[in-house]
Design a protein around this ligand. Structure first.
Ligand code: ADP
Ligand code: ASP
Ligand code: MG
Length: 450
């Protein structure tokens, strides 16, 4: 068994949906579970449109036309009977939901998850319809909610509850199909309230379902030929990486490589399932294989890839009393914990602690709480760049090459740290210096030629 996840751009147009169906058809012998994201093309950014329309509804302007028109246009191009495929029903529900939001004038995280869930619920029905009607595949659709995928109640960024896995596996095993099409990104709480796994969460759904059914492989189909040496939108000369270890991919995902949702690797690691990242528009390209161990070739470059996280805040805490004072650190981190601020990087001296975190409203409330016992400075406008590769371990001089590349490109490093795992060197730079920093690092470790 395998799982095949198709990202939003892979199911964004009628042509790409037909391409996806062709790819699925070549894998029928491996009984694929197909995991689908909401449509995402320049004319139909479904999740973004649902979010924007829900906010407009909250502000007193309920209008489902953008969602409806774009969805029906795509279905029309695919020759679908939208009533029979269940699309019309979902569009009516969206319309009612927006009216309800407008009436109450409130949009909670819980309601937002219901709103966003319609994107995946519509696209999965579309793929299932085209697979069976046009491609003659014995395909069935079940939403991940109806299959019983349960999460905690952390709306907007829920985490799966593995105790539901045996029951989900049993449900799937009892079904008769050549392919089972299901929704990425969404699930529900034990009492049936819809949740989402965080933006980009369909990658995570792919490995969760992989773990549930004991898949031999998880395939993640996207719009680039695998995981690359950097985001190709940022560094045009970025190249595809043939192989990554679980730890390398995990580090890249947590530190901002958008091609994989941060939590994607967790179920793959726990169940030792290889993950293949492939390009829907160039299926002949081998893409990237991610697995536990890879053959480490003599002379292989120590650095595999660069990741960038934008919108980073630096919080600097100063106290004259830290010297010798027990428990100061734990007091600070207790505040971060209570305010749900997760810290990526820490640097300390006797009198200051500097940490970086993703910008959010909580940063201000945490800073206010720390001001009760220390001085706090909050500075915005930073990017965190990660240099990742397992071979850095035991390769001397990588950090020196990083700092030299920064000096040569006149980039000022605000913080730098080498992770305890020694597979990551992270540096914080000001936003306007992020591009020259990444370009300089890419040239240093990967050269210029494609
Ligand atoms: P999907 O809709 O398939 O989930 P995403 O837009 O979420 O696709 O992720 C693919 C995008 O991730 C690429 O188009 C690319 O711009 C970006 N990206 C960022 N870092 C990397 C990287 N290291 N390798 C490949 N792509 C990356
Ligand atoms: N449709 C969701 C999003 O746009 C999930 C995903 O694409 O993976 O965030
Ligand atoms: Mg994605």
């Amino acid at each position: 068994m395998i799982t095949m996840k198709f990202g939003g751009t892979s199911v964004g147009t009628a042509d790409s949906i037909r391409q996806v169906c062709r790819l699925i058809k070549t894998e029928l012998e491996r009984r694929p579970i197909v995991i689908v994201s909401a449509h995402n093309s320049p004319s139909l950014r479904m999740t973004d449109t649902l979010v924007a329309s829900a906010k407009a509804a909250r502000d007193g302007r309920p209008d489902s036309r953008r969602v409806r028109d774009a969805q029906l246009r795509l279905c029309g191009e695919l020759g679908m009977d939208t009533a029979a495929a269940g699309i019309d029903f979902l569009l009516e529900q969206i319309d009612k939901l927006f009216s309800g939001i407008a009436m109450i004038g409130e949009l909670t995280a819980r309601t937002m998850d219901v709103v966003m869930s319609f994107g995946e619920r519509m696209s999965a029905r579309v793929i299932n319809d085209v697979l069976s009607r046009e491609f003659g595949v014995n395909s069935i659709y079940r939403s991940s909610v109806s299959l019983g995928l349960r999460t905690d109640a952390n709306f907007g960024s829920a985490r799966p509850d593995p105790s539901c896995y045996p029951a989900v596996a049993k449900q799937i095993a009892d079904l008769e199909y050549e392919t089972l099409v299901t929704t990425g990104f969404i699930a529900s709480t034990a009492d049936g309230k819809i949740t989402t796994l965080g933006r980009g969460g369909s990658d995570y759904s792919a490995t969760i379902f992989g773990a549930i059914v004991g898949a031999e492989e998880v395939q993640i189909w996207t719009d680039v030929s695998g995981v690359m040496t950097a985001d190709p939108r940022l560094v045009p000369e970025a190249r595809s990486i043939p192989e990554l270890t679980f730890m390398e991919a995990s580090e890249l995902a947590w530190y901002g490589a958008k091609v994989l949702h941060p939590a994607t690797m967790i179920p793959a690691i726990e169940n030792d399932i290889p993950v293949l990242v492939k390009n829907t528009t160039a299926p002949e390209h081998p893409g990237t294989v991610i697995r536990r161990h890879i053959v480490k070739e003599e002379g292989a470059p120590p650095v595999k890839s660069l990741a960038v996280m934008k919108g980073v805040v630096m919080v600097t805490i100063t106290t004259g009393r830290m010297f010798g004072a027990h428990g100061f650190m734990s007091k600070v981190f207790d505040v971060f914990n209570r305010h749900a601020v997760s810290v990526h990087m820490i640097a300390t001296s006797e009198v200051t602690i500097s940490v970086t975190t993703q910008d959010s409203e909580n940063v201000e409330s945490a800073a206010a709480a720390i001001r009760d016992f220390a001085d706090v400075r909050v500075e915005r406008g930073f990017s965190l760049i990660s240099v990742v590769g397992e071979m850095m371990q035991g390769t001397p001089g990588v950090a020196a090459r990083v700092t030299r590349a920064m000096a040569e490109n006149r980039v000022n490093i605000h913080m730098i740290s080498q992770g305890a795992s020694e597979i990551n060197i992270a540096l914080v730079v000001e936003d306007p210096q992020m591009k020259p920093a990444v370009t300089g690092l890419h040239r240093e470790f990967f050269g210029i030629s494609a």
